[in-house]
Design a protein around this ligand. Structure first.
Ligand code: NDP
Length: 458
């Protein structure tokens, strides 16, 4: 994929970038390694000051950054602004909490291990390579970078090829806040150039957010080199509606859950399992809500969601819908590619989806919901777990026993009750099965790239 900014609203190529040469890549790895040695000896207070300064820069430049995000990947200007400010909040959160999260711990009494003193330190590990996707170009990167830098690691960002200007902005941001040169830099390289970087002894670990194929490729290269990875991959998250739920509210937020970010979110709800007793009521309200959304100009405040980010992305979505319809699925809303410039795709609802259809199992990265009628809670849970993915879930019920069962039995990294799945700086985020492993955010996330080092004293 060429490294270029192409406006998804028009399909127009705006700017193309030459990949970094091997010498330019080497220069950045060397700078990251040198910065690590420097950063590891700074205090939390120093790093927090630089992190807060970088957050302040981001907030001051929110209009410019939001415009860049909208231009490169098509989300609405309002949601691009929200993402930018959320990223700054996340930076401040780790500035405030990193020292507490990484405070040395005493796992048992010293006397229990014949020591006079015992502690576990959480030290940085070095240069971490971050392979990031285009769907939340800022937030996905910041949620790695803020904890990693606060822990004393340095980062090399390989961003998606369709968001190069966002990548270059991020590559300067932390140094502008005061971090030493080399602490966080962008490598303009293509996906295929990533795996060989894991052979470099200076790069100690990698994190990737994106497709299963890309994650497996990076994990394979890291595994060969005995290096740690954190993977945040796709999802086919469920949205379960049970009879005691507030059906109108569930239907309203069910629409948001599916069309947020034009449906291009790993934690967007994709499979809707609705109890037979409330199915008809939910379907009517949900389909009406989906049909009322406006896929259009991302700079217009009346737009619900913008175009899909890439032409290939839209083709993938349409292929999944065509495959399902060809095998007998019913289209309750949307389903047709509009005859206009840009990579727009309407909010779409499918019913009658069966296991022989690709969309039954595959992740659809666009605003397409599959509605299923289920007989009871047991069937909802069983069908939810019959998936290769397990990222998160949104469940709607006011029955306390059902809430306990769903929390325990849904096979995913999150269960959100009567609300949308979301990421918060202080709450762990990640999945099971093909959705990946490891956690981002919170104390769990910041510790992923640290060395839990035992210091035992006789
Ligand atoms: P990719 O997984 O291809 O891209 C994500 C990142 O991985 C990009 O930086 C990409 O670089 C890089 N990459 C791609 N292939 C490799 C590789 N072999 N080795 C190392 N890095 C690689 O996602 P796409 O944008 O192509 O989207 C495809 C599907 O992935 C979506 O339909 C969705 O299912 C899933 N996805 C999930 C996301 C999530 O949030 N979990 C985010 C994005 C996608 P480059 O751009 O240069 O190829």
């Amino acid at each position: 994929m060429a490294i270029a900014t192409v406006d998804p609203s028009t399909g127009e190529l705006l700017r193309e970038f030459a990949p970094h040469t091997p010498a330019e890549v080497e220069e950045r790895i060397a700078a990251a390694d040198a910065a690590y040695r420097q950063l590891a000896s700074t205090t939390f207070a120093e790093r927090a000051e630089w992190m807060r300064a970088a957050a302040g820069i981001l907030e001051a430049e929110v209009d410019q950054v939001a415009e860049l995000i909208t231009t490169e990947m098509g989300k609405t200007l309002a949601t691009a602004r929200y993402e930018t400010l959320k990223s700054a909040t996340g930076m401040r959160f780790f500035a405030d909490n990193a020292e507490r999260y990484l405070a040395p711990e005493q796992p048992v009494e010293s006397s229990a291990v014949n020591a006079s003193a015992l502690s576990v330190r959480f030290d940085p590990i070095g240069v971490v390579l971050a392979v990031m996707p285009w769907n939340y170009p800022l937030w996905q990167t910041i949620r790695f970078a803020a904890p990693a830098l606060m822990a004393g690691n340095t980062g090399l960002l390989k961003h998606a090829s369709n968001v190069p200007q966002s990548a270059l902005y991020l590559g300067d941001l932390f140094e502008r806040g005061g971090f030493p040169h080399g602490s966080f830099q962008t490598l303009l390289i293509e996906g295929g150039a990533v795996a060989p970087l894991l052979d470099d002894r200076r790069i100690r670990a990698a994190t990737l957010t994106g497709s299963v194929a890309a994650g497996a490729s990076v994990a394979e290269a890291a595994g060969r080199n005995v290096k740690k990875t954190v993977l945040e991959l796709g999802g086919t998250d469920v949205f379960i509606v049970l009879p005691t739920a507030d059906i109108a509210r569930a239907a309203e937020l069910g629409v948001t859950a599916r069309v947020q970010n034009s449906g291009q979110s790993c934690i967007a709800s994709k499979r809707y399992y609705v109890h037979a007793d409330v199915y008809d009521e939910f379907e009517a309200a949900f389909v009406a809500g989906m049909a009322a959304t406006v896929a259009g100009d991302p700079r217009d405040a009346a737009t619900t969601f913008g175009p899909l980010a890439t032409e290939r992305g839209r083709r993938d979505v349409q292929e999944l819908v065509d495959d399902a319809v060809g095998k007998g699925a019913t289209v309750l809303a949307g389903g047709e590619v509009p005859d206009a410039a840009g990579w727009f795709y309407p909010a779409t609802v499918l019913a009658g989806v069966t296991p022989d259809m690709r969309i039954y199992r595959e992740e659809c990265f666009g605003p397409v919901a599959c509605l299923y009628r289920v007989a009871d809670l047991d069937e909802a849970i069983e069908r939810s777990n019959d998936s290769d993915f397990g990222l998160s879930s949104s469940v709607w019920t006011n029955d306390p026993d059902e809430i306990v069962r769903l929390g325990r039995e849904i096979d995913a990294g999150g269960v959100f009750v009567n609300g949308l799945t979301a990421s918060f700086p202080g709450v762990p985020f990640g999945g099971v099965k093909d959705s990946g492993y490891g956690r981002e955010l919170s104390a769990f996330g910041i510790r992923e790239f640290t060395n839990a080092k035992t210091v035992w004293q006789a």
